[in-house]
Ligand binder design. Sequence first.
Ligand code: ZN
Length: 160
Amino acid sequence: MSITKDKVVQFHYALHDADKTVEETTRGGSPMAYLHGHNNMIKGLEQAMEGKAVGDTFSVTLAAKDAYGEHQPDSEQRIPVKHLQGAKKWRPGMVGTVQTEQGQRQVTVVKVGKFMVTVDNNHPLAGKELTFDIDILDIRDATAEEVAHGHAHGAGGHHH
Ligand code: ZN
């Protein structure tokens, strides 16, 4: 079985930047699962997954614009600290989550006040060329419910 639309894929990955600094990895923990063909991952990565099989290991390098976008200047914004989710106490450099009309968004804390916090709306990995080292662990057909929801359920996927 290879990866095509409406397959649920489990994989391990390590993500590093051009300096080989590892930014994120699932190795040593639970793998990630996603539903292929539903824009659940950044586009360049999903395209690289197409047609791969269980046991395949490969690397894909994406320019910033194909990964998390170029770093946009003037993206700082002051928001009420209560709108920032992910920690109780904030320090500059921490990454939090805010709800927007387009869904959840990761932001980086720049300055912390008592009630207001200044955040940078760029994704923490914006402006970086990124390489994903991928191991494909499992591929299965999605259930009708998963296809209807547009995401994977179960291990590594959504729980609700
Ligand atoms: Zn669901």
